[in-house]
Design a protein around this ligand. Structure first.
Ligand SMILES: Nc1ncnc2c1ncn2[C@@H]1O[C@H](COP(=O)(O)OP(=O)(O)OP(=O)(O)O)[C@@H](O)[C@H]1O
Length: 548
C-alpha cells in the first residue's frame, strides 16, 4: 500500500486510547468502522472510528502539525476540498506501532474480492484483525464489516451461550436470520460441510420457503450438509408434516404443570400446586394407559373421572377440596379444547418426539414450525405457547438424557417474537407455560448443547433474567426507548455507537458478545443475496400492487 492510499493523517492531541486524525471528507466515514494507522517505520495498528466532526475552517500553517507536514502529499489531498473531517479513533491493537505519533497515516482496509485468495498485503491487514482465526474452521464468515469487503468472523462455539437478535419492525431481522441459517448450513471443516441442527419457531412464515421451494432448499443444501429440511404445520397442507405432541414422553408432573399453567397463568402458587398434585396423582394412577389417548375423545372422560374419584373417595385423607377439583376440571377442559382444535394429540400417527430430535441432530436438520396464517390458521397465543413449551421441554429432557449417556448433542432453537414466550414485566402477556422451561433451557442448556436464538422487536419486552443469559447480540435499528436498556444488558457499546442504533439503515447491524471474534462491538452490513431473498418479509411497491 502506498501513501496515495492514505485517507488521513494523525494529529496531535489524542488521549492514550484515542487518536485524533484528519480524514478526507469524501471518505464516507461510519461510526464503528475499522481503519489502519501506519507509523513512520511502516508498522501498522488497528483503530475503530469512535466519532467524527465535519470542519471547514481553512487549516492554517500556524497549526503545528500542519506546519510540519506542509510538504506532505497526503495532507494536501486531505485538505484539498477545503472540508475535512476530524475523527477520534479508538486504538484496538497497537501491534508495536507508535499509533499516536502525529503525521502517521490513516489507511482504509484494502479492497478484498475473494477472502480465499489473498495476496500478501491483504493477508497482512486481515491478520491485523483476525490473527490465526482466519484459518480456524470454528469461525464462520458473516456479512461484511462496515466500509470493507471483509466478513466478520463468528465464533460458532459461542452458540450454546445463546444469542438475541433485536430490531424494530422492518429493520431486517428475518432476512438476517435467513442469512445466518445459510451461514450455519455451510460450515466447512476438513473438506466437508456441516450444518447446525435448528428448530425455528416461525411466527409469520418468513422461513417456510426454505423448506417448500426446491430452489431455496437446493441453495441452502448446496454443499449437501442438510439432509433434512422440514416444515411442520397445524393443518393438512401439502409440503408440510403435521405437528403432533406425544404426552407419553412426559412425566405426570410435567403434564400437570403444562395443563394447569396453561389455564391459570396468574393464579396463586399454592392453588396451582394443589391442582398440579391432583392431576399428577390421577395420571400416576393411570400410568398403564396411553397418555395420548387420555387427551383425545376416547380417553378424556376416563381422566376426568379419575380426578373426580380421587377427590370424592379420598377427600379427607388427601385434603383436596371441591374447589381444587372444579378448577382442575376446568383447566383440563381448556387444555383439551386447545389441543383438539388443531388435532395436536392423537392416539396414532407420528409425533414430534425424541426420535425427531435425533433425526434433526444426525441429519443436521432445519425444522420450521409454521405459525403463519397458512400453517396455523387462527391459532391463539395459548396454543402456540403449548407447542413452544412442548418443544422446549422435549429438547431439554432429550439433551439432558443424552448428556447423561455421554452422547454429545447440539440443537439450536430459534424463537421469533420471543416476547410472547418469555415476556418481561413490561409486556402484558401471560407465559408461565413457556417462560420457566425456556429460562431453564437458557441456564442449563449451555452444558447440554442447547442454543437459544431469540428474536424480538423490543428487547425491553423480553424477560430480563433470560436476556442476561444471552451472551451474543445482533442489533438492528432499534427504538429510542431501547437504547439505554441495550447498553445496560450488553455493556461495552460506546455512547456514540449506541446513538447509531436508532438510525441504522436496513441491512446494517451491530454485533456484540461472545459470538463476535473481534470482541468489541462491530458494525456489519448484510448484503442481500438473490438466492436468499423472500417475498414474505417485503412490503412491495404500492403502485405495483394497486395496478395488479
Ligand atoms: N440486508 C438487507 N438489505 C436490503 N434490504 C433488506 C435487508 N434485510 C431486509 N431487507 C428488506 O427490509 C424489509 C424488512 O425485512 P425483514 O422482514 O427481514 O424485517 P424484520 O425486522 O424481520 O421485520 P418484522 O419485525 O416486521 O418481521 C424487507 O423488504 C427486506 O427485503
Amino acid at each position: 500500500m502506498s501513501n496515495a492510499d492514505a485517507i488521513g493523517i494523525v494529529l496531535e492531541g489524542g488521549t492514550p486510547n484515542v487518536v485524533k486524525a484528519l480524514i478526507k471528507a469524501d471518505h464516507e466515514v461510519k461510526i464503528g468502522e475499522f481503519l489502519i494507522i501506519r507509523d513512520r517505520e511502516g508498522r501498522t495498528g488497528l483503530v475503530q472510528v469512535e466519532h467524527y466532526e465535519y470542519g471547514n475552517d481553512f487549516y492554517t500553517e500556524s497549526l503545528g502539525i500542519v506546519k510540519s507536514l506542509i510538504d506532505s502529499e497526503v495532507l494536501a489531498t486531505v485538505l484539498d476540498k477545503g472540508t475535512y473531517l476530524t475523527v477520534w479513533l479508538r486504538v484496538i491493537k497497537e501491534n508495536n506501532a507508535k499509533v499516536q505519533m502525529p503525521g502517521n497515516l490513516v489507511l482504509k482496509f484494502p479492497e478484498i474480492k475473494d477472502i480465499n485468495k489473498l495476496d500478501q498485503t491483504q493477508r497482512k491487514f486481515l491478520e491485523l484483525l483476525y490473527e490465526e482465526k482466519l484459518e480456524d474452521p470454528r469461525y464462520v464468515k458473516y456479512g461484511r464489516i462496515i466500509n470493507t469487503n471483509i466478513p466478520l468472523l463468528l465464533r460458532i462455539n459461542a452458540l450454546p451461550m445463546h444469542m438475541g437478535i433485536f430490531g424494530e419492525t422492518g429493520s431486517g431481522k428475518s432476512y438476517n436470520m435467513r442469512y445466518l441459517i445459510d451461514v450455519f448450513s455451510n460450515i466447512e471443516y476438513d473438506g466437508k460441510h456441516y450444518a447446525i441442527p435448528m428448530i425455528i419457531i416461525d411466527a409469520n412464515g418468513d422461513y417456510i420457503d426454505l423448506a417448500t421451494l426446491s430452489m431455496k432448499r437446493e441453495y441452502i443444501n448446496r454443499n449437501g450438509s442438510r439432509q433434512m429440511i422440514t416444515r411442520y404445520a397445524f393443518t393438512d397442507i401439502p409440503n408440510a408434516q403435521r405437528f403432533r405432541l406425544d404426552m407419553n414422553l412426559f412425566t405426570p408432573s410435567d403434564i400437570a404443570y403444562m395443563v394447569v399453567t396453561a389455564k391459570y397463568r396468574d393464579t396463586d402458587v399454592s392453588q396451582a400446586s394443589l391442582q398440579m398434585n391432583l392431576l399428577e396423582m390421577a395420571l400416576n394412577e393411570l400410568r398403564d394407559e396411553d397418555y395420548n389417548t387420555l387427551f383425545t375423545e376416547d380417553g378424556f372422560s376416563e381422566l376426568q373421572q379419575k380426578v373426580n374419584e380421587i377427590v370424592d373417595e379420598r377427600k379427607d385423607e388427601l385434603g383436596f377440596t371441591k374447589n381444587t377439583q372444579r378448577a382442575l376440571q376446568s383447566a383440563l377442559q381448556t387444555f383439551r379444547s386447545k389441543v383438539k382444535e388443531y388435532d395436536l394429540i392423537s392416539s396414532d400417527g407420528e409425533t414430534f418426539s425424541y426420535d425427531t430430535l435425533d433425526e434433526i441432530f444426525f441429519k443436521h436438520g432445519l425444522v420450521i414450525i409454521d405459525f403463519s396464517a397458512d400453517g396455523a390458521p387462527g391459532m391463539d397465543l395459548l396454543t402456540k405457547q403449548i407447542v413452544v413449551g412442548y418443544i422446549a421441554r422435549l429438547m431439554l429432557n432429550y439433551l439432558v438424557k443424552k448428556k447423561m449417556n455421554n452422547e454429545r448433542r447440539i440443537l439450536s432453537l430459534v424463537i421469533e417474537e420471543a416476547q410472547n414466550y418469555i415476556p418481561s414485566e413490561n409486556y402484558p402477556v401471560n407465559a408461565r407455560l413457556t417462560k420457566d422451561v425456556l429460562a431453564t433451557l437458557a441456564t442449563q442448556g449451555r452444558k447440554f448443547g442447547a442454543s437459544l436464538i431469540l428474536i424480538s422487536q423490543r428487547p425491553a419486552f423480553v424477560d430480563k433474567v433470560v436476556l442476561s443469559m444471552l451472551n451474543s447480540f445482533i442489533f438492528h435499528r432499534v427504538y429510542h426507548e431501547d437504547v439505554k436498556y441495550i447498553q445496560s444488558v450488553t455493556g461495552g457499546i460506546s455512547e456514540y455507537l449506541a446513538k447509531e442504533l436508532i438510525s441504522l439503515p436496513r441491512g446494517q447491524a451491530i454485533v456484540t458478545g461472545l459470538i463476535n471474534s473481534l470482541e468489541i462491538p462491530v458494525r456489519v452490513q448484510i448484503d442481500k443475496k438473490p438466492e436468499l431473498e423472500s417475498d414474505i418479509g417485503s412490503e412491495g411497491d404500492i403502485l405495483e400492487i394497486l395496478s395488479g
